[in-house]
Design a protein around this ligand. Structure first.
Ligand code: ZN
Length: 335
């Protein structure tokens, strides 16, 4: 059992438990006698906008954090607006972690305002500007989809660690060790993705998806990336864009395009029909997790699983050499 004198417990107990458990806790706190239930309540309350950021906070915070993600599987962050429940959760949290780089376009004003009153950190904004790809529709903005490149995402993991350490310096060693372990996993993932994508013939490294979420993946792994919609799902895909991509599919003999879990597949199907009308068969290479992770509790519902799934699916659909069960399968086989 943790002792009441543990420095990391003092602040949370005085600040939070009194409200949470009322007078009984108040009298226990005053007399310095704490039960284990109070120690559990002393964990850091984190609200993260995306599942990917929530996953990083859980990896680093372990049992010392209570993490809530506002956007679940299949949710599109470009168009998501905070609900009343979200607002309540954010105002009660010890820290709010959001992505930034204009990913949460509809929440930005709210989060910026909240930042004036509460501890709010835009973790992807901490990345060096020279590592970012410019936004194709706004000269002063950047492409927010940095999680698609594990090398870049490791910078976001470090930013999550720094935000937690800043909030609870007494847990710096604990957060630091967990972050180091997770960063090693992210580095292994980066290497796996590079290896399997390199096995795809260079002229077939063309990725056609519903919206432009994969530019960082493309830049890191030497792919040409074409989204039917732009960087934000809020832009409209015109008929001319579809016709343009049908030309590319036919001319370059590309046999697979991909749908995304958080974006409608309507445009992708229009593309396949357009190619079929020109006598070129295109199949759906599978469903990629672009802006949201897979189902909660599944491997794809973690950052590692999300990127493993995407890279493995892409490599296999485009004729590369990748194990059926991905990096997870390799690790399970102990090779
Ligand atoms: Zn997106």
């Amino acid at each position: 059992m943790r002792r009441a004198t543990s420095p990391e417990l003092q602040l949370p107990i005085t600040r939070r438990s009194l409200l949470a458990t009322g007078l009984a806790a108040a009298s226990a706190a005053a007399s310095g006698r704490f039960r284990p239930a109070l120690a559990a309540e002393a964990s850091v309350g984190v609200v993260a906008t995306t599942g990917m950021i929530a996953d990083a906070a859980r990896q680093i915070g372990g049992d010392r954090v209570e993490v809530r993600a506002l956007m679940g599987p299949g949710v599109d962050p470009h168009s998501y607006r905070q609900t009343r429940t979200d607002i309540l959760a954010m105002t009660r949290a010890d820290i709010v972690l959001w992505h930034g780089l204009y990913l949460e376009a509809q929440m930005e004003a709210f989060l910026t305002e909240l930042g004036g009153k509460r501890r709010v950190v835009a973790v992807a904004e901490q990345l060096p500007r020279e590592a970012l790809i410019h936004h194709d529709s706004y000269a002063d903005k950047f492409d927010p989809h940095v999680w698609m490149d594990p090398g870049l995402w490791s910078g976001v993991v470090a930013a999550v660690r720094d935000a937690l350490v800043d909030l609870r310096p007494e847990s710096a060693d604990f957060f630091g060790a967990n972050a180091e372990a997770h960063l090693a996993e992210v580095a292994a993932l980066d290497e796996y993705v590079a290896t399997i994508t390199a096995s795809i013939a260079p002229d077939r490294r063309v990725l056609v998806t519903a919206h432009d979420a994969f530019k960082y993946f493309g830049a890191a792994n030497d792919f040409e990336v074409m989204g039917i919609q732009g960087i934000s799902t809020e832009s409209e895909a015109g008929l001319s864009r579809i016709a343009e991509l049908v030309d590319v599919l036919v001319e370059r003999d590309i046999g697979a395009v991909f749908v995304e879990s958080s974006v409608s597949d309507r445009n992708v199907r229009a593309l396949i029909e357009g190619a079929a009308a020109r006598g070129h068969e295109v199949s759906i290479g599978g469903q990629l997790y672009s802006d949201a992770m897979g189902p909660e509790g599944s491997y794809e519902g973690t950052y590692l699983g999300m990127i493993d799934h995407n890279a493995t699916l892409i490599a296999r659909a485009l004729g590369g050499d990748a194990p059926e069960r991905g990096m997870q399968g390799l690790l399970a086989a102990g090779t």
